[in-house]
Design a protein around this ligand. Sequence first.
Ligand code: GAL
Length: 430
Amino acid sequence: MINRRIPALLGTAALLSMSVAACAANTSEADSEGGSGGDTLEIVSWWTSGSEAAALQVLFDAVQEQDPGLDVVNAAVSGGGGSNAKQALNARLQAGDPPDSWQLHPDGELTSYVAGGNVADVSDLWEENGWAGQMPADLAALQQVDDAYYTVPVGVHRGNVLWTNPSVLDDAGVSIDAEDSLDDLVSALEEVDASGTTAVCLGDKDIFAAGQLLESIIISSIGPENWNGLFTGEYPFDSPDVRTAVETYGHLLELANSDHSALTWDEAALKMADGDCAVTLMGDWAYGELVNAGNEPSDDFAWVPFPSTQPTFVYVGDGFSLPADNISNEGAAELWLTTVMDPQVQTDFAVEKGSIPALSTADVSVLSDYQQSAAEDFQSLPIVSSLAHGQVTTAELSQEYADAVTAFNGNTNVDAFISTMAAAQQSQLD
Ligand code: GAL
């Protein structure tokens, strides 16, 4: 039950000028054994946290193993969720100066790039390599626009996971279970608060983190079918259950660290593991980050799918695409795509990233207990796309949501949030 996207309404995205914290990182000397003889491969992503950078390095090492003469230029732009990277990339695309490949989300975000004429059709590579037969059909479909493939999926993340500190929960005498109702969850967090410890760690310096918490609450409240209905117009944003979800989110903000707007997602996750709070909602890239920082799974931290009576897997996908025009090194860029689609590379990447491989031919038996449980849930649960990561709908509606969450964090005005999103939903359908 992966969400079907609604038709893209995107024109050219509005561009903001910004300074780019891109950096060259990983270069190698010209190949003495043949290979590309010193070609460069420039990759844009937003993978700059400890675990993200380690996972990206796995991919760089793998492509350099294929072509030892290749100079890989790491043009990562920091900022969780990628809003800074996307702005920097859009400026380059407008200037006709694309990198050789860049990170993107499938589904709605991919559709926006295709509508803008930015990404190359890589259907031939899919055909030659038989990739569609190596993953669930619904997952393959989300890498397509109008039956053509424009990206390759390197990994699958789950967005709706609550990371917990077992000692803090024990000290407060509470537990949180996947089958709990939202009211149960709120009661448990209120008890943590009453015990004198902050209940929720949030790091929404990059607003996606708050948007992701709210989307988890909404999905938990209305279920996966109605979540999809929000983007097809079959379910209204101003329904009572969405309103209740926003009120619940407002309450969780009261139970969160007061400096949340100054912290990044990874800082919030580490605060949770340090015992500064009981829980943090984050995609399972937090698993990679917590382990990368030396935390022991099940001991220093634990996890539970965000509680819901209608269990759902919120899909956040990572992929890479090639520019439609002005590509500087097509051979190296195609080698990059085939490398990140190698089953062993996907497993090695997942070890660092906390994700699961997109390819069902990749070995998951070497992954952690958490990741194996995520892989099982990905096969068995209803799957929906994330709004906070711009997957489930157009770039415009995703941006309206991010802006509405930012406004709500300041004014906690439920009516204003609901009416803004109801109007945004309507304008997508007009
Ligand atoms: C998501 C991305 C993840 C992770 C996260 C935080 O958009 O899919 O791989 O990087 O942002 O930066």
